[in-house]
Write a protein that binds this ligand. Structure first.
Ligand SMILES: *[C@@H]1O[C@H](CO)[C@@H](O)[C@H](O)[C@H]1NC(C)=O
Ligand SMILES: *[C@@H]1O[C@H](CO)[C@@H](O)[C@H](O)[C@H]1NC(C)=O
Ligand SMILES: *[C@@H]1O[C@H](CO)[C@@H](O)[C@H](O)[C@H]1NC(C)=O
Ligand SMILES: *[C@@H]1O[C@H](CO)[C@@H](O)[C@H](O)[C@H]1NC(C)=O
Length: 484
């Protein structure tokens, strides 16, 4: 359809909405030197170097993923699971997320991909698989069509409960925006989710346009423009301004035959009827020189062809709607103040002390989830226990199921039973029982990750507990000595 449209001597194309299709049409737009202005294709890999005639009139997911990484870093989570659709949009976004997380010393622990248009069964299987992993922080970057199924399936699997963290990119706010008001099943399945929404700075233009928009759509009155609507509207003006300037600079609209395409005569695509826009580069230049105030804010491009001032709202779904818990902008990072108010004043640490308002997480809890658990089918936590020849009251070999007993073992077992999730552990004796083993050797074995001998605390999170246990042991030994 796009090629048929291009055969009608068009001078600019608005759209498409999907990044995957934008990749395909960009090839044709390049060949025909026709600017392709997309207000929805956010895949960062649609770079200007490969596709010079592609103009992104919306924010690149490069910025959105920086925002997601800032949120993750703000809550001090180290590993996340990325759930994404395996197409250009999904892959491009998740690659950007990986890069952004690396800058914050975090990472994607697992990439769970879904085929485009995945059904409920495929989604459920994927969720059951990621549910057995250590990380409990999920970043969902999918298409609106299957997106809500991810949440309804997660809910039926008990994964929308306390301890879980869900961060959705702006596809979710698009689903909620496009329904005009918040649909009840959408919020029912997404309680506690954090979602991003492209920030639309309030400009006077919106208030005068809203009544017109509301009379065009029959879905009830909106109180604000969605970012899609705003960028779509501004794209039309972007092209109109550019064409006007192109013509007033003395350029004429004319086309010429393309040698390469002529060669493919006879194909059913009728490529030979496609003609190249003369001076297409001049028109492109006018598009990129735009500088006007639109519904979405200032429409102007940076030298690397991104819209200026990329910014996102950070929303927390709860009850029958959502609350804004803060903002992210390329300029100021996370803040509770709207980014346009920060552009004018220089940032200082006191103005940006609080970075986000409080969140109600899944399971109706205000307590920040830890972000990880011991995997259900993970290895048992192996506790290295020194087989000492003295101070046996603290630890000694035993015939019971644990294989060890003593004061330190009792303290450890009561401490671990206080954790809010079950932890399987096994005690492993260290030493030959003839002489006291060396603590340095024991710690050394842990750090070397030795698994075939008595000590194997192989996962990094477990080391903390081990070291704490050992510390208690040392303290008690010291106390015992002083008493004696
Ligand atoms: C929308 O707003 C107008 C004026 O504010 C009002 O007359 C109309 O009833 C509203 N429509 C709906 C569907 O709420
Ligand atoms: C863009 O327009 C604003 C106001 O119209 C002006 O102040 C600014 O200098 C312009 N910027 C560029 C790069 O032309
Ligand atoms: C985002 O910030 C970086 C670093 O300050 C800057 O180089 C880049 O141009 C900014 N991007 C936009 C679109 O303003
Ligand atoms: C920081 O900003 C606050 C609020 O705008 C202002 O009162 C304070 O003087 C500023 N501090 C510095 C060091 O500029």
């Amino acid at each position: 359809a796009a090629l048929q449209l291009l055969a009608k001597d068009v001078i600019a194309v608005l759209g498409p909405q999907s990044s995957a299709i934008a990749h395909i049409i960009s090839h044709a737009a390049n060949k025909l030197q026709v600017p392709l202005i997309s207000f929805a294709a956010s895949d960062p890999t649609l770079s200007s170097l490969e596709y010079p005639y592609f103009v992104r009139a919306t924010q690149s997911d490069y910025y959105q993923m920086s925002a997601v990484a800032s949120i993750i870093s703000q809550y001090q989570w180290r590993e996340v699971i990325a759930i994404y659709v395996d197409d250009d949009y999904g892959r491009g976004g998740i690659t950007a997320l990986g890069d952004a997380l690396a800058k914050k010393m975090s990472k994607i622990a697992y990439k769970a991909k879904l085929p485009p248009g995945a059904g409920r069964t495929a989604i459920q299987d994927m969720l059951m698989q990621v549910n057995e992993m250590e990380s409990r922080v999920y970043v969902v970057h999918v298409n609106p069509d299957s997106g809500m199924t991810v949440f309804s399936a997660a809910k039926s699997l008990g994964m929308m409960s306390s301890g879980y963290v869900w961060i959705a990119t702006d596809w979710l706010s698009a689903v909620i925006d496009s329904s005009g008001h918040v649909a009840s099943d959408a919020t029912e399945n997404t309680q506690g989710v954090i979602m991003l929404h492209q920030h639309v700075a309030d400009s006077g233009i919106q208030q005068s346009l809203l009544p017109k928009l509301n009379s065009l759509t029959r879905k009830g009155n909106r109180s604000s423009f969605s970012s899609y609507t705003a960028h779509a509207y501004d794209s039309v003006w972007l092209v109109a301004h550019a064409v006007e300037q192109f013509l007033s600079a003395g350029n004429a609209v004319s086309f010429s035959a393309n040698q390469n395409l002529q060669a493919i005569k006879g194909s059913s695509l009728q490529l030979d009827s496609l003609r190249v826009l003369n001076n297409g580069d001049k028109l492109l230049e006018k598009v990129l020189q735009a500088n006007f105030t639109g519904v979405s804010g200032q429409v102007q491009f940076t030298l690397d062809r991104n819209l200026i001032h990329p910014a996102y709202d950070i929303l927390n779904i709860g009850g029958t709607g959502f609350r804004t818990i803060g903002y992210w902008s390329n300029f100021s990072g996370l803040s509770v103040a709207a980014p346009e108010n920060l552009h004018s004043v220089p940032l200082n640490s006191t103005t940006n002390d609080i970075q986000l308002h409080s969140v109600i997480w899944p399971g109706q809890t205000a307590e920040k989830p830890r972000g990880w658990v011991f995997p259900y089918h993970g290895k048992l936590l192996r506790i290295g226990v020194p087989l000492r020849t003295s101070y046996n009251e603290f630890v000694m070999q035993d015939d019971g199921p644990d294989g060890v007993k003593g004061f330190s073992v009792d303290v450890f077992k009561s401490a671990i039973s206080l954790l809010p999730y079950p932890v399987g552990c096994t005690f492993v004796l260290f030493g030959d029982g003839l002489k006291n083993p060396s603590y340095s050797d024991l710690v050394q074995k842990v750090s070397e990750n030795v698994s075939n001998i008595s000590i194997s605390l192989s996962l990094k999170n477990y080391c903390t507990i081990f070291i704490k246990l050992d510390f208690i042991h040392f303290v008690l030994l010291f106390w015992y000595h002083s008493v004696l």
